[in-house]
Design a protein around this ligand. Structure first.
Ligand SMILES: [Cu+2]
Ligand SMILES: [Zn+2]
Length: 185
């Protein structure tokens, strides 16, 4: 009788110890699990063949959407089409490896402000007399996750203005800069 009580106590003690160890391990995992969400991204753009255009575009998650800040140099004065293209591949000398406008929803090309457009339609950059363009806006059109995620895609800056209506590209001409969008720290 005494022996069996001893065995029962041993079993209960073991069970409690196993449970405590499991709980501590679970807590440890929860505390050290890295955040899955992406909060910032960057695109470093370089010139295509024969171009001098370069710059950066940063993306930051905010309560209102994703804030986009673009700084480009080496542009001709005036407006230049500014889009996210489907592929993050800038290997072709003329930037054509980046594919067409990022369009996961199958809409027509339009302005950034349009109700229906390509997810990649970011409108135009406008360069000053020094060839510098600065553009800032916040939008819910682009995402860091899901079907509309821009991570791993590219940004293309064009030689000419995007007219915001010609299909499928806004008639913005050659590609003068290309960069791949990547996650930042
Ligand atoms: Cu484009
Ligand atoms: Zn488009």
């Amino acid at each position: 009788m005494k022996k069996s009580i001893g065995i029962i106590i041993a079993i209960i003690t073991s069970a409690i110890l196993i449970m405590l160890t499991y709980y501590a391990t679970a807590q440890d995992h929860m505390m050290h699990k890295p955040s899955q969400s992406i909060n910032t991204a960057i695109c470093v753009l370089g010139p295509t063949e024969g171009s001098d255009v370069s710059g950066t575009v940063t993306f930051t998650r905010t309560m209102q959407g994703i804030k986009v800040v673009a700084e480009l140099n080496g542009l001709s004065v005036g407006a230049h089409g500014f889009h996210i293209h489907e592929f993050g591949d800038c290997s072709a000398a003329d930037g054509t490896s980046a594919g067409g406008h990022f369009n996961p929803e199958g809409h027509e090309h339009a302005a950034l402000e349009a109700e229906m457009n390509h997810v990649g339609d970011l409108g135009n950059l406008v360069a000053d007399q020094n060839g510098h363009a600065h553009l800032e806006f916040t939008t819910t059109q682009i995402q860091f996750e899901g079907a509309n995620s821009i991570i791993g895609r590219s940004i293309i800056v064009h030689a000419q203005a995007d007219d915001l209506k010609s299909q499928p590209t806004g008639n913005a001409g050659a590609r003068v800069a290309c960069g791949t969008i990547g996650i930042t720290k």
